[in-house]
Design a protein around this ligand. Sequence first.
Ligand SMILES: O=C(NCCCc1ccccc1)N[C@H]1CC[C@H](OCc2c(F)cccc2F)CC1
Length: 336
Amino acid sequence: MDTSKLKPNDPRVKYETKQVRGKTYSYILGEPQGPKVDTIFLIHGWPDMAFGWRCQIPYLMSLGFQVVAPNMVGYAGTDAPQDIKEYSFQSVCADIVALAREFVGEKGQIVLGGHDWGGAIIWRVAYYYPELIKAVFSVCTPLNPINTKRVRLEDIIAAGGLPNFKYQLQLGGPDVQARIQGKDMLRKFFLALFGARGPNGETGFNTSEGVLFDNLDKLRPPMLLDEQELEYYIEQYSLHGPPEMRGPLNWYRTREINSEQEAEYAKTGRPMKYEMPALFISASRDSALPPSMSKGMDAFYTDLTRSEVNASHWALVEAGHEVNRQIAQWLNKALG
Ligand SMILES: O=C(NCCCc1ccccc1)N[C@H]1CC[C@H](OCc2c(F)cccc2F)CC1
């Protein structure tokens, strides 16, 4: 079977939609050629979409997995509701569970993987719905234990904490939503986010300021996307009318609702202890989620495997073969 990365509109996979908790979810569905080993769900991050797993989907299909990679709420062919509650961790987790039940039934289980925001989400799904999860893995995103403190990100950063999260203040604000509209601006945005540089090495994004609007016109390939992939990102993000970035950016406007909902849940006193096999793959050069952020996470797991790839935030494509090898090696052990 051809395990090369998916191209846009690749005939090796299906593009389907399902109604999930009142929303239309679109997803990539990859079916194995022979008997199905298990079903794997892959949850993308920002600013990404199901296609962000293009290096993993054919490979996992060749191992006999049925692969489901949804476009998450607000992205591509999935609805972008106005209500911010639909973007909260607990709502997104319930969406994933509802979609998973469509594939494995009320008693079945899935293997669940995530990257970036998807990595934050899968740790929550495995905590809230452990009975659904046979094994769980995250690329780049360490565990962020349920945060019962209602500290605002602004205050943490003003006090000198989490400097690598400062860009999130810009992304949650009005500027990027207002200024990144239309195909030309989306093109410049993706050039910035996927590593294009200016003539003197200028970047269009960094984790302390966010999108550097003054540099966007200077950026030129090469970048991590080829021309066809770049066009596909622009086309998929344009499925939502202007402001196209509203859905994806809503993921940066949920801190308050997440901490309210999680503080409420924390009253149950249920400990955050993962009993299922877990894998955490850190990316050595991820400037938003450096490996150092995973300090102390091992204490929450009974069966955690850790590894690292030499890559930036975009490890899934930059180190695709190595990420695939590490997932396969772990799945072999975890699924026995
Ligand atoms: O913003 C994100 N991704 C965009 C990266 C853009 C980029 C492109 C190119 C190069 C560098 C960066 N990801 C989120 C994912 C969830 C994270 O929140 C969970 C969390 C905590 F809140 C605290 C501790 C650990 C933890 F995982 C917060 C970053």
